[in-house]
Design a protein around this ligand. Structure first.
Ligand SMILES: Cc1ncc(COP(=O)(O)O)c(C=O)c1O
Length: 443
């Protein structure tokens, strides 16, 4: 292959300590991506690979979008950086307004950071600041859920319910309790929202009764638990969480880092499931993955309360990042949102969802497939465990790649989430590769 690889000058892979990767395994058999366009990426050997997970669920409008690259270039050439503390540039206000046009009412205020993990830590601080401003600084406990993934910063791993992500780093932020997750053996191969299981939300009620509702600051949940393998909330579950939060002054936080920006066929999971949280954390498809960016969206009441609790001209919230609302990220975000709008990509996702889910559930006949779950353009496929937990998943991820499909595996669950620009033929192609690779496996 000429071109894409020509600028790859490194002759050692040793210096880069790779994230969430078996470094030794990867460096023995590297999988380098050197080009990407539309629904495809290309490896360093020239192989064309369909992107079945939109990168890491961020490239919703497809790869290589010129509009976004041009907007970033233009932003950098016009005004490359503005100190965001006490100063600002116009693009951050424009993007905040744009995002608020699709958030549910009354969520109308956006705080910018640089990743989903930063969005989570920012949201934790907003909860604390809100309660303190409200004269309820005694609300110090947070509720999360087993199998949750809320990023990797200290706040996020303290909330985390995936053991590997927290066992080495636990104990830093106390006062976090986890509700049970919603996976149920009896609901294998349920399509969409399971009929049963809403009562698991009553775990929050038990915490209210155990610790006192007035000590709980917030309940954090991914509306669909994504990274753990796509657990769809049972019917009535999110509604029940909302009810318990309302009864006890607890803030409900939806981590929409994966679900947001059309993945479920609506702007956010809040609209897909008809439940409005108090706070939403956003990242990934906010900029189509073209620039690092995260954001926290909050209700009017939260913003107003924090604003009004400080004297005039005082800083109201002692938090922010050097790169909060960076011009390049805002430009990428604006161009991305314009693409979603002009190409009607959320509606397109909703339209393709039926075909996509049919195709995913058709894979249940494969011997190694033990469960399929899905909603919108997001599906989780469990495979029977191999020699050790996660071993088969890791091996399948590699095999699929060399056969022409990128899919993110967590443990033994593959997470399929094609770009929203995909069409039926792309869904077919994804399934063909899965079928070929999975059929070659022994159950
Ligand atoms: C639900 C959820 N929250 C937070 C994060 C963390 O985002 P980031 O990797 O951008 O820090 C992720 C990443 O996958 C996520 O899925």
């Amino acid at each position: 292959m000429t071109g894409p690889v020509s600028h790859f000058a490194a002759n050692s892979l040793e210096h880069h300590w790779m994230p969430f990767t078996s470094n030794r395994d990867f460096k023995a058999d590297p999988r380098l991506v050197v080009k990407s366009e539309g629904v495809y990426i290309w490896d360093h050997k020239g192989g064309k690979i369909i992107d079945g997970s939109s990168g890491l669920f961020c490239v919703a409008a497809g790869h290589g979008r010129k509009e976004i690259a041009d907007a970033v270039h233009s932003a950098l050439m016009t005004n490359d950086y503005t100190a965001p503390f006490g100063l600002a540039h116009p693009l951050s206000f424009a993007l905040a307004q744009k995002v608020c046009a699709i958030t549910p009412e009354p969520i109308n205020h956006i705080f910018f950071g640089n990743s989903g993990s930063e969005a989570i830590d920012t949201a934790l601080k907003i909860c604390m600041a809100f309660h303190r401003a409200n004269g309820e600084g005694h609300r110090v406990r947070f509720v999360s859920r087993e199998r949750a993934y809320h990023g990797v910063n200290i706040g996020g791993v303290s909330l985390a319910g995936m053991v590997k992500n927290r066992e080495t780093f636990s104990g830093v932020m106390p006062n976090v309790v986890c509700m049970r997750h919603t996976f149920d053996e009896n609901q294998r191969f349920t399509r969409g929202q399971p009929e049963n299981g809403w009562e698991l939300a009553n775990d929050l009620q038990r915490f209210v009764e155990t610790y006192g509702g007035s000590t709980i600051a917030a309940c954090f949940v991914e509306p669909i638990a994504g990274s753990t393998g796509v657990l769809i909330p049972p019917k009535g579950y999110l509604e029940r969480l909302r009810e318990i939060c309302d009864q006890n002054g607890i803030l409900l936080v939806f981590d929409e880092v994966i679900c947001g920006f059309g993945r479920l066929g609506t702007p956010f999971a809040a609209q897909a499931f008809g439940v409005t949280p108090d706070i939403m954390t956003l990242a990934k498809a906010l900029t189509n993955g073209c620039q690092p960016m995260g954001a926290v969206a909050v209700r009017d009441e939260i913003y107003d309360t924090v604003m009004n609790a400080s004297p005039e001209s005082a800083i109201e919230f002692f938090h922010g990042y050097t790169y909060s609302g960076h011009p390049a990220a805002c430009a990428a975000g604006l161009a991305t949102q314009e693409i979603y709008e002009s190409e009607g990509l959320f509606a397109r996702a909703a339209e393709l969802s039926g075909y996509f889910l049919d195709a995913m559930y058709d894979l249940r006949d494969l011997d190694i497939v033990t469960d399929v779950r899905g909603y919108g353009l997001l599906a989780g496929i469990d495979v029977a465990q191999g020699a050790a937990p996660g071993a088969r998943g890791a091996s399948l991820q590699k095999k699929l790649f060399w056969e022409g499909l990128h899919v993110k595996f967590t443990g033994d669950a593959g997470i399929i989430a094609p770009p929203l620009i995909a069409d039926r033929s792309h869904v077919d192609e994804i399934c063909q590769v899965i079928r070929k690779v999975f059929e070659a496996e022994k159950a």
